[in-house]
Design a protein around this ligand. Structure first.
Ligand code: SAH
Length: 251
């Protein structure tokens, strides 16, 4: 499909990342555009305190998803954004974390671009940055990790298989989103590809929220740790996670 030139009669869509949980982690720009919005289209992981920033007359539309169950199919969300913008509305599309990190933000913007709707992107603090900061786990550290990778654990549905051999480096921190149900598979694949069985790892549940919990152990313990944890949770694999005991500060 060819891209239509933006129409000045159309409204405007701000794609806003709400951050990982603690409402104070919203950006100042995100705060401002939410207050100015006439329509807010939001997901499940957005804090109630952030939704409460919207004008009382703003139309609030929930399109949240769960892992195995999509409340509103993605093409309907795309259409909703296009329709509201074409009505001339100032729309905020509000997502947990950052919209471009496992948030389908790119897909929604492609649809807006195709329909000639103008938009902007307001970045958010992604869970990998926020939850590890609140857990006292630095993603890189000169003595531990020279690189970090964000990986979806939700491989079956999200398409291509992960290239496990490229992840398995001792000085690389791995952060798995949506990995809780796949923890046994993740541990098996990393062990098969040469990561040590005693490599430290952590699960951060409800990162940056008051109810945050952090589980630590080694790779062979990951699957049993995951049985204790509930969603939303991140799996972090790498020796940086051993710093949690020394650097934990939250709660
Ligand atoms: N766009 C979001 C990620 C959406 S995918 C972002 O940038 O953070 C949803 C996954 O994110 C969850 O399954 C979980 O793995 C992770 N996640 C989101 N919020 C979290 C939180 N507060 N604590 C731990 N993990 C979180």
């Amino acid at each position: 499909m060819t891209t239509v030139h933006p129409s000045s009669n159309y409204g405007f869509v701000s794609l806003v990342g709400a951050g990982p949980g603690d409402p104070d982690l919203l950006t100042v720009k995100g705060y401002r555009v939410i207050q100015q919005a006439e329509v807010v289209v939001y997901d499940r992981l957005v804090s109630p305190e952030i939704l409460a920033l919207a004008d009382e007359l703003a139309e609030m539309i929930y399109v949240g998803k769960r892992l195995d169950y999509h409340c509103v199919p993605q093409d309907q969300i795309n259409q909703l954004l296009v329709d509201k913008a074409k009505e001339g509305k100032r729309v905020v599309r509000l997502k947990g974390g950052d919209s471009f990190i496992f948030g389908r933000g790119g897909e929604e913007l492609e649809e807006l671009a195709q329909h000639g709707v103008r938009f902007e992107v307001v970045p958010g603090i992604t869970a990998a940055a926020g939850a590890t900061a609140y857990a006292g786990i630095p993603l890189t550290h000169r003595d531990h990790a020279q690189s970090v990778q964000f990986i979806t654990g939700h491989v079956q549905k999200d398409g291509r298989e992960i290239e496990w051999h490229s992840l398995a480096q001792s000085n690389n921190t791995l952060v798995f989103y949506m990995g809780l149900k796949q923890s046994e598979y993740i541990a098996t694949k990393l062990l098969e590809n040469g990561i040590d069985a005693d490599m430290s790892c952590a699960i951060i549940e409800n990162g940056t929220r008051r109810e945050q919990r952090v589980f630590t152990g080694n790779l062979t313990e990951l699957a049993s740790m995951a049985k204790e944890a509930v969603s939303p949770a991140l799996i972090v694999v790498g020796s940086v996670t051993s710093l949690h005991d020394k650097l934990k500060w939250f709660n």
